[in-house]
Design a protein around this ligand. Structure first.
Ligand code: GLN
Length: 452
């Protein structure tokens, strides 16, 4: 049924870059057989899933939304893909994304934008717009996302779906094409909090292949998402610095309504202040480009990826330059230039070093806020889905979309977005973000499930 729907709707949505009907049907048939034979099966066996094209899939082209990797067929699976296979979940295909996960709209994909099922003229968020559109449009019940600054949560918000960024280190990134390694995290996209929790438990856990992977049990998110809806005694912090100016009226209104709902469920709402969040955006746009410029140095036209040879007898450097010129899009080039500049000698302390200090202050703000509150809440994104093309020429206004989601990545804490109704002025979905302390992912699932 999902493959039929993909065939019918994907030409309009462009959510999938690759569909593996044969592979998905083979896994499904295999599960059917095992079930008929009375074999004991994992919880999500037979449930189809879409995978963001940032995860390496053995034998299936993995582009990361870039021309650079147009013909890259990985010889191995990312750990999370291995886990999906072990869970016997049919992989429907690979979803569209902003090139190397840089963006908030999927418009930076080298393969054309994905469209929002709520309104085809609007963006489905980014960078994981393909995954969120697939889930929102019922092309897949579940999908994989990656979140470096909000790429799971913001797409969830603008498509009326659920998306969670686990605690940094909670899910392996082995085999995930790196954007900014100190920020990247893999997580679930779903239509309900319980579905997201089920997928989270499939993905999570220690992986010796990822040195940042936490060696501790996966937080009990399924139990939290399916347990009591009573929030009596829970302290919910509203971060003063996220919201107000720049936030759409209908977004703010739905957020206030969610606070009333939380009160009705027994929670106590407290205001908390995180004064350094004001600088999160500036720090992020130094740290991310710095790490990205280093990670993207591997696309040198020698080992893999696109290779463009200029006429004559070009030097190795000329081959690299023309390959990178042809293979990378404008946004990727912008960030590589910014990152190499910020890391260059003489500027390192002034930019990168300074940004790292701000990062520490933000982590301290979180620590102080979590003394006063068990979870924090805010709108996930300042606006509902904007029109395709509206922000393409204005990188700054595109960046501002992630103002509410970026602090969690800088501090490594988990965050999730769940739907909180439609904005009155445009009838489009709004998301509420729930943040919890590191390794307390179950708290946000409990609150999300209660609010749902
Ligand atoms: N939109 C943000 C950016 O462009 C976040 C990206 C992400 O989380 N991958 O950097």
């Amino acid at each position: 049924a999902h493959l039929d729907r993909i065939e019918r709707l994907n030409p309009a949505l462009n959510a999938f870059l690759l569909v593996d009907a044969e592979g998905a049907l083979a896994t499904a048939a295999n599960v059917d057989e095992a079930r008929a034979a009375g074999e004991e099966l994992p919880r999500l066996a037979g449930v189809p899933i879409a995978v963001k094209d940032i995860a390496c899939t053995r034998g299936l082209t993995t582009t990361a939304g870039s021309r650079m990797l147009e013909h890259f067929v990985p010889p191995y699976d990312a750990t999370i893909v291995t886990k999906l296979r072990e869970a016997r979940m049919p992989i429907l295909g690979k979803t569209n994304m902003d090139e190397f996960a840089m963006g908030s709209s999927t418009e930076h994909s080298a393969y054309g934008p994905t469209r929002n099922p709520w309104d085809l003229e609007r963006i489905p968020g980014g960078s994981g717009g393909g995954s969120s559109a697939a889930v929102a449009g019922f092309l897949a019940p579940l999908a994989i996302g990656s979140d470096t600054g909000g790429s799971i949560r913001q797409p969830a918000a603008v498509t009326g779906t659920v998306g969670a960024k686990p605690t940094y280190g909670g899910v392996s990134r082995y085999g995930i094409i790196a954007l900014a390694s100190s920020l990247d995290q893999i997580g679930p996209c779903a239509r309900t909090v319980a579905d997201a929790a089920l997928l989270h438990e499939v993905l999570g856990g220690h992986d010796p292949m990822d040195s940042t992977s936490i060696d501790a049990p996966v937080p009990p998110v399924v139990a939290a998402a399916t347990g009591t809806r009573d929030l009596t005694g829970l302290r919910v912090g509203v971060v003063r610095e996220i919201g107000g100016e720049g936030f759409q009226e209908g977004v703010q209104a739905r957020f206030e309504e969610s606070l009333d709902h939380l009160r009705a469920l027994g929670a106590e709402i407290v205001e908390v202040s995180c004064p350094h969040f004001t600088y999160a955006m500036a720090a992020y746009y130094l740290i991310l480009p710095s790490e990205a410029s280093s990670n993207l140095a591997r696309y040198d036209a020698m080992r893999y990826g696109l290779r463009v040879e200029p006429d004559g007898s070009p030097s190795a450097e000329q081959v690299m330059a023309s390959s990178r010129d042809a293979g990378f899009g404008d946004e990727v080039k912008r960030r590589i230039i910014l990152g190499t500049y910020a890391l260059s000698s003489g500027y390192y302390d002034a930019y990168y070093g300074q940004a790292q200090k701000v990062r520490t202050l933000i982590a301290r703000d979180f620590a102080a806020a979590f003394e006063q509150a068990d979870v924090l809440v805010s709108p996930t994104a300042p606006t509902t889905a904007f029109r395709i093309g509206d922000k393409l020429d204005d990188p700054m206004s595109m960046y501002l979309n992630d103002i509410a989601t970026i602090p969690a990545n800088l501090a490594g804490v988990p965050g999730m977005s769940i739907p909180s109704g439609l904005a009155e002025e445009d009838g489009l979905p709004v998301g509420i973000q729930i943040l919890a302390p590191a390794m307390e992912d179950q708290r946000m699932y409990a609150v999300g499930a209660a609010l749902e």
